[in-house]
Design a protein around this ligand. Structure first.
Ligand code: ADP
Ligand code: ASP
Ligand code: MG
Length: 401
């Protein structure tokens, strides 16, 4: 007998038929003699629909109230699935984040899990019940509901697997596993049998939404092996773990991120301390900066451009405008019309020419590069948003065909 945590994403529980399908998977796991803890996401587009509802009432709603609203989606799913299991003759109980003691930081809409109390779940498991837990939500020290950020149910699942010392954590979704690129954009993407935590963490952080990046961080930290697999196909999935058998290719995947903005600060003084002043100001205002490019100084001035998450664009522009006098720049511009395309792979460290190969693919597709950033296991480029899908396919073909 084992303790298994199974997480099912929004498309896996989108309607009654799909909930029945999910409950069949759960019941089979239970019938095999396992203890089963299930984490569910909100059905289909529920979270997006709730955000839209809020926008109609108050586009500037407080994050606290947004979390109260958004957490309801997951609560619907667990209740419906519990009802479905009841009907099938299985003992099941649904529990919210608050009921399972999912304690988080107080950052509404982006809370981090601090501790999982877990005793309630253990009690229910001792009674041989299937426990259905609402994903994506927790409770902070004020007793308020928090959410973990979009896609956060994966992180709920891994946190429960850690707290309950589960033997297995399965992330069920609408694709067969982790692919070399989003299979909806790159039709000839290949499914990976295995991927390392580090590569998966990069891919997830660079835009591959198949796993929430913090779930991978947590899994790596506690050594929880993850299995990503389909709720629908029954095919073997992808195992995410510390070491994989062999490195077949230099790179393991291509990812895109369209939710970014480029900010250009033009006409800064060409003297020491300018970058320090600029970026410490942004850090103080909790604006996370990603790729940075500084021009060669021309005479007395230089320009610095950088990218931020699109949700930080407004705040970033406001902070810069308010500090124009102190920072002494001429102008600032923001553009949403950009995308970041990245390749990831631990095999690229020892292989010169990977970057050149990526740039060649873009050149052959006549795609212009605005910015470049590299690390030991990734290379990212900033390009026009309209070129994003074309670039994904071209780069993927360059390395995998
Ligand atoms: P869920 O609702 O199950 O959490 P998500 O929509 O969050 O599912 O994640 C699954 C989706 O991630 C897939 O449908 C796919 O389009 C997308 N995706 C992006 N990059 C990848 C990748 N490298 N491998 C697999 N899927 C990916
Ligand atoms: N329902 C939330 C979202 O859509 C959390 C999740 O699905 O993981 O982002
Ligand atoms: Mg998801």
């Amino acid at each position: 007998m084992a303790l298994i945590v199974q997480k099912f994403g929004g498309s896996s529980v989108a309607n009654a038929e799909k909930i029945q399908n999910v409950c069949r998977i759960i019941s089979r796991t239970y019938d095999a003699g396992n203890d089963v803890v299930v984490v569910l996401s909100a059905q289909g587009d529920t979270t997006d629909d709730l955000i839209e509802k809020a926008q109609e009432i108050n586009p500037a709603a407080s994050k606290r109230e947004m979390d109260v609203l958004l957490s309801t989606g997951e609560q619907i799913s667990i209740a419906l699935a519990a009802m479905c299991l009841e009907k099938m003759g299985y003992p099941a109980v649904s529990l919210t984040g608050w009921q399972v003691g999912m304690q988080t930081s107080s950052d509404y809409s982006a809370a981090r899990i601090r501790k999982v109390e877990g005793s309630r779940i253990r009690k229910e498991l001792d009674k041989r019940r299937i426990v259905l837990v609402a994903g994506f939500q927790g409770i902070n020290r004020y007793g308020d509901i928090t959410t973990l950020g979009r896609g956060g149910s994966d992180t709920t699942a891994v946190a429960l697997a850690v707290a309950l010392k589960a033997d297995l954590c399965q992330i069920y979704t609408d694709v067969d596993g982790v692919y070399t690129a989003d299979p909806r954009i790159v039709p000839n993407a290949r499914k990976l049998d295995e991927i390392t935590y580090d590569e998966m963490l990069e891919l997830a952080s660079l835009g591959a939404q198949v796993l929430h990046n913090r779930s991978v961080e947590l899994a790596k930290h506690y050594g929880v092996e993850l299995e990503v697999l389909s709720s629908f196909s029954g095919n073997p999935g992808t195992i995410v773990k510390e070491v994989v058998k062999m490195e077949k290719t230099y790179i393991s995947g291509v990812a895109q991120d369209k939710k970014i903005a480029r900010i250009a600060v033009v006409g800064l003084e060409n003297v020491p301390g300018v970058a320090y002043k600029l970026f410490s100001l942004l850090a103080k205002n909790k604006v996370n900066v990603d790729i940075i490019l500084q021009s060669i100084g021309r005479g007395d001035t230089k320009d610095i451009s950088f990218t931020v998450n699109e949700k930080d664009e407004e705040l970033c522009m406001q902070v810069l405008q308010e500090n124009q006098e102190a920072l002494r720049f001429h102008e600032i511009y923001a553009s949403n019309d950009v995308a970041k395309i990245s390749i990831v792979g631990s095999g690229m460290v020892n292989n010169a020419g990977v970057a050149a190969s990526m740039f060649e693919a873009l050149y052959k597709s006549r795609i212009n590069i605005h910015m470049i950033s590299t690390s030991e296991i990734k290379i990212s480029v900033l390009i026009d948003k309209g070129d994003s899908e074309k670039a994904m396919r071209a780069i993927h073909d360059q390395f995998f065909d």
